[in-house]
Ligand binder design. Sequence first.
Ligand code: DX5
Ligand code: ZN
Length: 220
Amino acid sequence: MAVKIAPSLLAADFSRLADEVTRVAPVIDWLHLDVMDGHFVPNISFGLPVIEALRAVTDVYFDCHIMTTNPDAYLAELTKAGINQATMHIEAVPDPGRAMKRARDNGLDFGLVMNPGTPFDSVVPFAEDCDVLVVMSVEAGHGGQSFDADVLPKIETAREWVESHGLGADIQVDGGITPENAGQVISAGATVLVAGTAVFRADDPVSAVQALRRAAETDE
Ligand code: DX5
Ligand code: ZN
Protein backbone atom coordinates (compact mmCIF):
# COMPACT_ATOMS: atom_id res chain seq x y z
CA MET A 1 0.00 0.00 0.00
CA ALA A 2 1.40 3.43 -0.89
CA VAL A 3 2.21 5.65 2.07
CA LYS A 4 0.03 8.71 2.59
CA ILE A 5 1.47 11.91 4.04
CA ALA A 6 -1.02 14.01 6.03
CA PRO A 7 0.42 17.29 7.33
CA SER A 8 -1.32 18.62 10.43
CA LEU A 9 -2.52 22.20 10.07
CA LEU A 10 -2.06 22.73 13.81
CA ALA A 11 1.60 23.62 13.24
CA ALA A 12 0.92 26.04 10.35
CA ASP A 13 1.12 29.83 10.56
CA PHE A 14 -2.47 30.67 11.49
CA SER A 15 -2.12 34.23 10.16
CA ARG A 16 -1.63 32.85 6.63
CA LEU A 17 -3.61 29.60 6.54
CA ALA A 18 -4.71 29.71 2.91
CA ASP A 19 -1.12 30.21 1.71
CA GLU A 20 0.16 27.44 3.98
CA VAL A 21 -2.41 24.98 2.65
CA THR A 22 -2.19 25.82 -1.05
CA ARG A 23 1.60 25.65 -0.95
CA VAL A 24 1.71 22.02 0.24
CA ALA A 25 -1.53 20.78 -1.39
CA PRO A 26 0.13 19.53 -4.63
CA VAL A 27 2.52 17.21 -2.74
CA ILE A 28 0.33 15.87 0.08
CA ASP A 29 -2.27 13.10 0.25
CA TRP A 30 -4.49 14.37 3.07
CA LEU A 31 -4.63 17.56 5.13
CA HIS A 32 -5.03 16.63 8.80
CA LEU A 33 -7.34 19.00 10.72
CA ASP A 34 -7.13 18.82 14.52
CA VAL A 35 -10.40 20.09 16.00
CA MET A 36 -10.15 20.59 19.80
CA ASP A 37 -12.77 21.79 22.25
CA GLY A 38 -10.82 22.62 25.43
CA HIS A 39 -12.81 19.90 27.19
CA PHE A 40 -11.85 16.46 25.89
CA VAL A 41 -8.34 17.89 25.47
CA PRO A 42 -6.96 20.92 27.33
CA ASN A 43 -6.54 23.05 24.22
CA ILE A 44 -8.72 24.88 21.69
CA SER A 45 -7.62 24.92 18.05
CA PHE A 46 -10.05 25.87 15.26
CA GLY A 47 -13.44 24.77 14.03
CA LEU A 48 -16.15 25.02 11.41
CA PRO A 49 -15.58 28.53 9.90
CA VAL A 50 -11.86 27.91 9.43
CA ILE A 51 -12.45 24.55 7.73
CA GLU A 52 -15.10 26.08 5.48
CA ALA A 53 -12.79 28.94 4.50
CA LEU A 54 -10.01 26.50 3.60
CA ARG A 55 -12.37 24.30 1.58
CA ALA A 56 -12.90 27.31 -0.67
CA VAL A 57 -9.20 27.39 -1.59
CA THR A 58 -8.35 23.69 -2.07
CA ASP A 59 -9.77 20.35 -3.18
CA VAL A 60 -7.35 18.33 -1.07
CA TYR A 61 -8.81 15.52 1.10
CA PHE A 62 -9.67 16.84 4.60
CA ASP A 63 -8.96 14.30 7.34
CA CYS A 64 -10.63 15.72 10.47
CA HIS A 65 -9.30 14.48 13.83
CA ILE A 66 -12.08 15.33 16.24
CA MET A 67 -10.82 15.87 19.80
CA THR A 68 -14.04 16.94 21.45
CA THR A 69 -16.53 15.59 23.93
CA ASN A 70 -19.53 14.12 22.01
CA PRO A 71 -17.51 13.92 18.79
CA ASP A 72 -20.46 12.88 16.64
CA ALA A 73 -22.54 15.96 17.51
CA TYR A 74 -21.12 18.13 14.71
CA LEU A 75 -20.82 15.66 11.86
CA ALA A 76 -23.45 17.31 9.66
CA GLU A 77 -21.88 20.75 10.16
CA LEU A 78 -18.36 19.44 9.58
CA THR A 79 -19.55 17.76 6.40
CA LYS A 80 -21.09 21.01 5.20
CA ALA A 81 -17.83 22.78 6.02
CA GLY A 82 -16.03 20.36 3.70
CA ILE A 83 -14.40 17.47 5.56
CA ASN A 84 -14.00 14.09 3.84
CA GLN A 85 -13.15 11.90 6.81
CA ALA A 86 -13.98 12.06 10.53
CA THR A 87 -11.85 10.29 13.11
CA MET A 88 -12.96 10.11 16.73
CA HIS A 89 -11.35 9.00 19.96
CA ILE A 90 -12.59 5.69 21.30
CA GLU A 91 -12.09 7.30 24.75
CA ALA A 92 -14.60 10.05 23.87
CA VAL A 93 -17.29 8.52 21.70
CA PRO A 94 -20.21 7.22 23.77
CA ASP A 95 -21.59 4.93 21.04
CA PRO A 96 -19.06 4.18 18.26
CA GLY A 97 -21.61 2.24 16.20
CA ARG A 98 -24.01 5.19 16.16
CA ALA A 99 -21.16 7.61 15.41
CA MET A 100 -20.05 5.48 12.47
CA LYS A 101 -23.59 5.37 11.10
CA ARG A 102 -23.91 9.15 11.42
CA ALA A 103 -20.61 9.60 9.59
CA ARG A 104 -21.74 7.25 6.80
CA ASP A 105 -25.13 8.99 6.56
CA ASN A 106 -23.18 12.19 5.89
CA GLY A 107 -21.09 10.46 3.22
CA LEU A 108 -17.90 10.61 5.30
CA ASP A 109 -15.05 8.16 5.66
CA PHE A 110 -14.68 7.14 9.30
CA GLY A 111 -12.03 6.07 11.76
CA LEU A 112 -11.34 5.50 15.43
CA VAL A 113 -8.38 6.95 17.34
CA MET A 114 -6.52 5.50 20.35
CA ASN A 115 -4.44 7.57 22.76
CA PRO A 116 -1.11 5.97 23.77
CA GLY A 117 -2.54 4.37 26.92
CA THR A 118 -5.57 2.88 25.18
CA PRO A 119 -5.16 -0.71 23.98
CA PHE A 120 -5.91 -1.81 20.41
CA ASP A 121 -8.54 -4.21 21.82
CA SER A 122 -10.78 -1.23 22.57
CA VAL A 123 -11.46 -0.58 18.86
CA VAL A 124 -11.69 -4.22 17.75
CA PRO A 125 -15.52 -4.48 17.97
CA PHE A 126 -15.82 -1.60 15.44
CA ALA A 127 -12.59 -1.92 13.47
CA GLU A 128 -14.00 -4.02 10.66
CA ASP A 129 -16.11 -1.08 9.43
CA CYS A 130 -13.45 1.61 9.84
CA ASP A 131 -11.62 3.19 6.90
CA VAL A 132 -8.74 4.14 9.17
CA LEU A 133 -7.43 3.15 12.60
CA VAL A 134 -5.38 5.86 14.27
CA VAL A 135 -2.58 5.12 16.73
CA MET A 136 -1.59 8.27 18.66
CA SER A 137 2.16 8.39 19.26
CA VAL A 138 1.70 11.33 21.68
CA GLU A 139 -1.14 12.17 24.06
CA ALA A 140 -3.75 14.06 21.99
CA GLY A 141 -3.99 17.77 22.69
CA HIS A 142 -0.83 19.54 21.56
CA GLY A 143 1.48 19.66 18.56
CA GLY A 144 5.24 19.57 18.91
CA GLN A 145 5.54 16.61 21.31
CA SER A 146 8.11 13.81 20.93
CA PHE A 147 7.25 10.50 19.30
CA ASP A 148 6.72 7.70 21.84
CA ALA A 149 8.35 4.50 20.50
CA ASP A 150 6.36 2.44 23.02
CA VAL A 151 3.44 2.58 20.55
CA LEU A 152 5.33 0.59 17.87
CA PRO A 153 3.91 -2.77 19.10
CA LYS A 154 0.38 -1.33 18.91
CA ILE A 155 0.98 -0.34 15.27
CA GLU A 156 2.14 -3.93 14.60
CA THR A 157 -0.93 -5.33 16.35
CA ALA A 158 -3.20 -3.10 14.26
CA ARG A 159 -1.47 -4.14 11.03
CA GLU A 160 -1.69 -7.85 11.90
CA TRP A 161 -5.36 -7.48 12.81
CA VAL A 162 -6.22 -5.68 9.55
CA GLU A 163 -4.32 -8.22 7.45
CA SER A 164 -5.62 -11.29 9.25
CA HIS A 165 -9.17 -10.04 8.62
CA GLY A 166 -8.48 -9.38 4.94
CA LEU A 167 -9.33 -5.70 5.29
CA GLY A 168 -7.95 -2.63 3.54
CA ALA A 169 -8.15 -0.10 6.38
CA ASP A 170 -5.40 2.47 6.64
CA ILE A 171 -3.33 2.64 9.80
CA GLN A 172 -2.53 6.22 10.67
CA VAL A 173 0.11 7.29 13.18
CA ASP A 174 -0.17 10.79 14.67
CA GLY A 175 2.31 12.67 16.83
CA GLY A 176 5.99 13.55 16.68
CA ILE A 177 6.59 12.04 13.23
CA THR A 178 9.87 13.09 11.57
CA PRO A 179 12.02 11.76 8.70
CA GLU A 180 14.13 10.08 11.43
CA ASN A 181 11.31 7.88 12.77
CA ALA A 182 9.07 7.61 9.67
CA GLY A 183 10.83 4.45 8.47
CA GLN A 184 10.29 2.46 11.65
CA VAL A 185 6.66 3.59 11.85
CA ILE A 186 6.04 2.38 8.29
CA SER A 187 7.95 -0.86 8.94
CA ALA A 188 5.67 -1.48 11.93
CA GLY A 189 2.67 -1.27 9.59
CA ALA A 190 1.49 2.35 9.28
CA THR A 191 0.13 3.57 5.95
CA VAL A 192 -0.63 7.21 6.85
CA LEU A 193 1.82 9.56 8.57
CA VAL A 194 0.52 12.73 10.23
CA ALA A 195 3.18 15.38 10.72
CA GLY A 196 2.66 18.94 11.94
CA THR A 197 5.92 20.38 13.25
CA ALA A 198 8.09 18.42 10.80
CA VAL A 199 6.22 19.97 7.85
CA PHE A 200 4.90 23.42 8.74
CA ARG A 201 7.79 24.49 11.01
CA ALA A 202 10.36 23.48 8.37
CA ASP A 203 12.02 26.19 6.29
CA ASP A 204 10.51 24.59 3.20
CA PRO A 205 7.31 22.61 3.91
CA VAL A 206 7.20 21.15 0.38
CA SER A 207 10.70 19.67 0.74
CA ALA A 208 9.76 18.50 4.24
CA VAL A 209 6.83 16.49 2.84
CA GLN A 210 9.10 15.01 0.19
CA ALA A 211 11.72 14.12 2.83
CA LEU A 212 9.08 12.33 4.91
CA ARG A 213 7.87 10.41 1.87
CA ARG A 214 11.41 9.39 0.94
CA ALA A 215 12.13 8.26 4.51
CA ALA A 216 8.88 6.31 4.64
CA GLU A 217 9.42 4.61 1.30
CA THR A 218 13.09 3.78 1.91
CA ASP A 219 12.41 1.68 5.00
CA GLU A 220 9.24 0.09 3.65
C1 DX5 B 1 -2.05 16.23 18.59
C2 DX5 B 1 -2.54 16.25 17.17
C3 DX5 B 1 -1.50 15.99 16.15
C4 DX5 B 1 -0.43 17.04 16.10
C5 DX5 B 1 0.73 16.51 15.30
O1 DX5 B 1 -3.14 16.30 19.44
O2 DX5 B 1 -3.52 15.25 17.01
O3 DX5 B 1 -2.11 15.84 14.89
O4 DX5 B 1 -0.87 18.23 15.52
O5 DX5 B 1 1.73 17.48 15.37
P1 DX5 B 1 3.27 17.10 15.53
O6 DX5 B 1 3.68 16.46 14.26
O7 DX5 B 1 3.89 18.43 15.75
O8 DX5 B 1 3.39 16.17 16.71
ZN1 ZN C 1 -4.19 14.86 15.01
